[in-house]
Design a protein around this ligand. Structure first.
Ligand code: GLC
Length: 399
């Protein structure tokens, strides 16, 4: 592509991200609490999702910084007195009766879920707003996570359901939760069981139910710790989850041990500035750049091409099953950060071109076919606005 048309493609993509963010912006009040946030996708996802908001805020800083702050402030406005902030916040209306079966709420009247999503708030705040250490409510949320989810006392967090990772139906959860995984018919049974156990990670573990030390959650947690000026969790992540033989990061389950299913989450630690360089190079050279695993035309697919569960077209059937093959823009951004940091300039450019091309043709979709960039899932999907970070990198921001 000529330099000129490449530039106009990038400009078109930026204009589209701004259009979608503005279109999806909602504001209102619940009692005397004001909320403002970006709907992940109009109609399909009406509520405020924790990690979607963090990603949206990162991009809002380019167009209207006050909205980046307002979006994250709305998450904090939902915070419980003990510091907890849920995975989904039902500002505008409660969950429907049907969704009660598989939503992590104590009752229909619940204002938010009892589960978490990847805790990147402090990192997002650092990128989009300022110093998170000056906002005591962010510290309070992190203290809650540490007190309730650091089950081994080594600084890593544990999750109690697959959807807490944001990677809902990824095949890597099937060896752990089996027929009770997200997207399987038994998932409501897991929700029911955890509801009875109060979504308390220690009670869940003591009851013999699975708990998981997951790579992506802990990568984003480590980025948040570093953004706060707290000790990094990266050394513990390497110690506990790095598989030296395979050259990949894998989750650890109790019970179950190491879960060696190769998904993009195994590469997510590339986003960590303090990842040991030799590990970063192995992730890139042995896996990301391998066409049999992640180096597809629109990379990285959410599951390695040679994994059994790989479904690049998003799968079929009545139940939506996410994260089983298609490429998501937040994942592309995180591994691209690593490529840039480690000096793989040409490869970073190739990866960016793949996703930018898909977004330019298809708009901001929820995810894309990794082979041809066909747009899949929800339309006008807000966090795909992260494409702006690849289309218009700003040196000095966080790179
Ligand atoms: C899906 C995704 C999850 C996201 C949510 C809202 O459930 O798997 O990561 O937060 O949709 O966009």
């Amino acid at each position: 592509m000529s330099e000129m048309s490449e530039r106009s493609q990038r400009e078109a993509v930026l204009a589209e991200t701004e259009r979608v963010l503005r279109q999806n912006w909602v504001t209102g009040s619940r009692g005397n609490v004001r909320f403002e946030y970006t709907e992940p996708s109009p109609g399909r996802y009406p509520w405020q999702w924790y990690w979607d908001s963090c990603f949206a805020a990162i991009v809002w800083r380019r167009f209207e910084p006050a909205r980046a702050r307002a979006e994250l402030e709305s998450l904090l406005a939902a915070q419980r007195p003990d510091g907890f902030v849920g995975h989904t916040i039902f500002w505008r209306r409660p969950v429907s009766l049907l969704r009660l079966l598989f939503y992590n709420v104590t009752s229909r009247a619940s204002f938010q879920t009892e589960t978490i999503q990847p805790p990147l708030l402090a990192w997002a705040w650092r990128i989009a707003v300022g110093d998170p250490a000056e906002e005591s409510r962010i510290a309070a949320q992190m203290d809650w996570l540490q007190a309730n989810r650091d089950l081994e006392g080594n600084g890593l967090l544990w999750i109690v359901q697959p959807d807490e990772s944001g990677l809902d139906a990824s095949p890597k959860f099937e060896p752990v939760w089996g027929r009770r995984s997200v997207g399987r018919l038994g998932f409501p049974l897991l929700v029911h069981r955890n509801r009875r156990l109060g979504w308390d990670a220690r009670r869940i573990r003591e009851a013999g139910e699975p708990v998981l030390c997951e790579v992506l959650v802990n990568t984003l947690w480590s980025l948040s710790l570093q953004a706060m000026g707290r000790p990094s969790a990266t050394p513990a992540l390497v110690e506990r989850l790095w598989d030296e033989r395979r050259g990949l990061f894998f989750d650890e389950a109790t019970p179950g041990g190491r879960i060696a299913v190769n998904t993009w989450a195994s590469l997510a630690p590339l986003a960590l500035p303090d990842l040991p360089e030799a590990i970063g190079r192995r992730l890139v050279e042995e896996h990301l750049l391998d066409e049999r695993e992640f180096w597809t035309p629109v990379a990285p697919p959410s599951v390695a091409v040679d994994e059994r569960g790989y479904e690049p077209d998003g799968g079929h059937g009545p139940i939506r099953r996410y994260w089983r093959g298609p490429t998501w823009v937040n994942s592309a951004w995180m591994v691209w950060l690593g490529l840039r940091r480690l000096g793989y300039e040409q490869e970073a450019r190739r990866l960016a071109e793949g996703v930018i091309g898909a977004v330019a043709r298809e708009g901001l979709r929820e995810y894309y076919d990794p082979r041809d960039g066909n747009g899949l899932g929800a339309k006008d999907f807000a966090w795909s606005a992260l494409i702006a970070e690849l289309a218009d990198p700003r040196a000095g921001d966080y790179l």
